[in-house]
Design a binder for this molecule. Structure first.
Ligand code: XBP
Ligand code: MG
Length: 253
């Protein structure tokens, strides 16, 4: 089936947001709230096994039993921490601290010029998506995406396929006519379960994960002057991923 749409994950795919973005925002929120917690880059890499910031906080509390204030409603308290973290994260984005990964701007620009439909499928909070798109691609960028499926719009986070099924339903799109771009095994599992062929651009945090179900695994999408490496799948003679490659992948049975 011909390629109609590209569906982008956000964190780790559009931008390398986790170590110097979300992790820093969590630590700023912990300090502002006087919690005395601080997530190192290594600990955060462990905590990333849980998708979703609120779910990650709950997992941290369960696994590490950090000092906790007495709270009557743990869920509401975690939501308050997460709200503060999201505010801090937006400030980092507004300060231009988180650039797009190589090839992302080029691929989106090419896809728009070819009339491909675009969507976003992410675990992160919707405010984070808006802030990243506006700060990196401009104030109009959110409108380029027919559907921006983010955070709690579905009950279960990746690797559950719900967020990808949500996008496909709202676009009235067959999974065979779309390609997902992801960075993690959670994201790959979600996309594959929704019936989508998937291209992986791995990150420092996801480089040792299992991407055997992906159609292509790259270190990044590449640029003409900054070629990518193919870690698994067909060679890319021109050294970067583009819509022609995406179209070919979509046609392969
Ligand atoms: C990655 C996630 C998110 C972010 C933090 O999302 O798991 O939870 O780490 O964002 P993606 P929130 O699907 O884009 O890779 O704190 O807003 O959840
Ligand atoms: Mg991701």
């Amino acid at each position: 089936m011909a390629l109609e749409a590209l569906i982008f994950d956000v964190d780790g795919t559009l931008a390398d947001t986790e170590r110097e973005g979300h992790r820093v925002a969590f630590n700023q929120a912990f300090e502002a709230l006087g919690l005395g917690w601080c997530w190192s880059a290594a600990l955060y890499g462990e905590l990333l096994q849980v998708a979703g910031g609120k779910e990650r906080l709950q997992f941290f509390i369960e696994q590490f039993s950090p000092p906790l204030p007495q709270v009557s409603d743990r869920r509401a308290w975690i939501a308050t921490i997460h709200q503060e973290k999201t505010r801090r994260y937006a400030a980092l984005l507004d300060a231009g601290k988180i650039p797009l990964r190589p090839g992302v701007r080029r691929l989106i620009t090419e896809a728009r010029a070819r009339g491909l439909r675009l969507a976003i499928s992410t675990t992160t909070h919707p405010e984070n998506v808006q802030a990243l798109l506006v700060n990196t691609l401009g104030v109009d960028a959110p409108q380029w995406f027919e559907v921006i499926a983010a955070g709690d719009v579905v009950p279960d986070k990746k690797p559950d396929p719900g967020i990808y099924r949500y996008v496909l339903e709202r676009m009235n799109l067959s999974p065979e006519a779309a390609l997902a771009l992801e960075d993690s095994e959670h994201g790959l599992a979600a996309a594959i379960a929704a019936g989508l062929k998937t291209v992986i651009t791995q990150t420092e945090y996801t480089q040792n994960q299992d991407f055997s179900a992906a159609s292509l695994v790259l270190d990044h999408l590449g640029e003409p002057q900054h070629p990518c490496q193919v870690l698994r799948g067909r060679p890319l003679p021109q050294g970067y991923f583009d819509c022609a490659i995406a179209t070919t992948l979509c046609l392969v049975l």
